[in-house]
Design a protein around this ligand. Structure first.
Ligand SMILES: Cc1cc2nc3c(=O)[nH]c(=O)nc-3n(C[C@H](O)[C@H](O)[C@H](O)COP(=O)(O)OP(=O)(O)OC[C@H]3O[C@@H](n4cnc5c(N)ncnc54)[C@H](O)[C@@H]3O)c2cc1C
Length: 407
């Protein structure tokens, strides 16, 4: 005698939700995916615009350390579906991956669209049903409520997975509107904050006008006693942004939250130590201007020279020791993180203690959560997608197991 399959709703068609749907349907559930936008995976597609950095090839311990304070929470997700598993999963969809020079892993085709297309085809072939333009509003009694172009609709699945994303780039669908809904149900959600974001600096009119949009490379950057990290960033009209800044953004943001501002230290000549730089700057200048002496002897010109003037004043000191010292440790005062809507990702969300190890909300049995809406953060480098997809698997498997335990 065949049993009617148990029903599962997955709300949010980003990578976390799609992975939860994949696991649930494999476990025998009848799965409906509800998505607010006209199509799923919009942020995933955006992530593929500059090359989809799916994961990272570094050793597990280093990989796990990227999740900072949340590493112990994330560990079991990655133990069950880490970088290697993710790569072979992508390859199972016909998307060969490769390791770039920085250790980052990309699909050979670089874009997200072919992967998403193949994934959706497989999900549809497995009879996952998609409901676009269904914006979840919360619950009425035990029913999920959706706003749709055809009016309000409800659903009463046996189990629900929420994979609603964070609050960055809200025009792509994840707008954080779920936060008050869960709080209304007693779930203690941490405020969403910008992660992998730019920062405000009170630039002079000169620097902003002449150098906004210009890359600063190669430099190293650090906060107080932290390790130095080499990379590059971009000057913006508001301040600065880019890979190097994103990497430090959690610590910078937290420092601004606590102190009102943060000092970012820059080494504008990272490939030369202080004694060598000093030796070079002490070479006779002859009739040269200080600007051309700095360019020839220290490689400081253009935007780097402007940054030096921003800190030391328009009339730079002639004394080589003062110049060398500031080139090697240029302090920049950051006054605010850029708003969440501009950030690459979100920090904050549903914290670990609100969820059981299967990612079910302790206060709402039968409701699981996955992806960026959970309260962990990581730098760019493939760590975001890896943890979103891995947590989608945990939530999907947890939801399937929970269904199996119901009479
Ligand atoms: C520009 C950019 C580049 C990025 N590049 C990378 C990268 O290279 N590598 C990497 O690892 N990460 C990258 N990321 C981050 C990565 O894309 C996200 O972390 C990831 O997409 C989050 O997955 P998710 O499934 O948790 O949420 P999302 O992808 O945000 O999906 C959530 C889904 O839920 C839907 N939704 C929200 N609210 C509702 C509602 N009320 N009702 C119904 N549906 C709803 C949304 O429309 C959305 O489709 C990038 C992000 C950006 C913005």
């Amino acid at each position: 005698m065949s049993q009617t399959p148990r029903t599962a709703a997955v709300i949010g068609g980003g990578p976390a939700g799609l992975m939860a749907a994949e696991v649930l349907v494999a476990g025998g559930a009848a799965v409906d995916v509800y998505e607010a936008m006209p199509s799923v995976g919009r942020k995933f597609l955006q992530a593929g615009v500059g090359g989809l950095n799916l994961t990272h090839s570094e050793p597990d311990t280093q990989f796990l350390a990227r999740y900072g304070a949340a590493r112990d929470w994330v560990r079991p997700w990655l133990d069950s579906f880490g970088a290697i598993a993710l790569r072979s999963w992508a390859e199972g969809l016909g998307m060969e991956t490769f390791v770039g020079t920085s250790g980052r892993v990309f699909p050979r085709q670089m874009k997200a669209a072919p992967l998403l297309r193949a994934w959706l085809r497989r999900l549809k072939d497995s009879h996952v049903h998609f409901h676009m333009r269904h914006r979840w509003r919360g619950w009425k009694d035990a029913h999920l409520m959706f706003d749709t172009p055809g009016g309000a609709k409800t659903a009463k699945p046996d189990v629900t997975v929420l994979a609603l994303g964070g609050g960055s780039w809200p025009h792509l669908g994840s707008d954080g509107a779920w936060v008050p809904v869960l709080r209304g149900r007693g779930v203690n959600v941490s405020p969403l904050k910008p992660a992998n974001c730019g920062f405000d600096v009170a630039w002079s009119e000169h620097l902003r006008g002449r150098f906004a949009g210009q890359p600063v490379k190669s430099v190293s950057a650090w906060l107080e006693d932290e390790a130095h990290r080499q990379g590059e960033f971009v000057i913006t009209t508001h301040g600065l942004e880019g890979g190097l800044i994103y990497f430090l953004s959690a610590a910078l943001r937290d420092s601004i939250d606590a102190e009102g501002s943060a000092i970012l230290h820059l080494d504008l000549a990272p490939n030369r130590d202080l004694p060598k730089l000093l030796q070079d700057l002490r070479k006779p200048r002859g009739g040269q201007s200080l600007a051309s002496h700095l360019r020839k002897q220290a490689g400081i010109e253009g935007v780097k020279a402007a940054l030096l003037r921003e800190v030391l004043g328009k009339d730079l000191p002639e004394e080589p020791a003062a110049l060398a010292q500031t080139i090697k440790d240029l302090p920049l005062k950051l006054t605010a993180a850029r708003p969440l809507v501009e950030a690459i990702s979100s920090a904050g969300g549903v914290p670990a203690d609100e969820l059981d190890p299967r990612l079910m909300l302790r206060r709402l049995p039968g409701v699981f959560c996955a992806g960026e809406m959970l309260d962990w953060e990581a730098p760019t480098g493939g760590y975001l997608l890896t943890a979103c997809i891995a947590s989608g698997r945990i939530a999907g498997a947890g939801a399937a197991a929970w269904l199996g335990e119901r009479p």
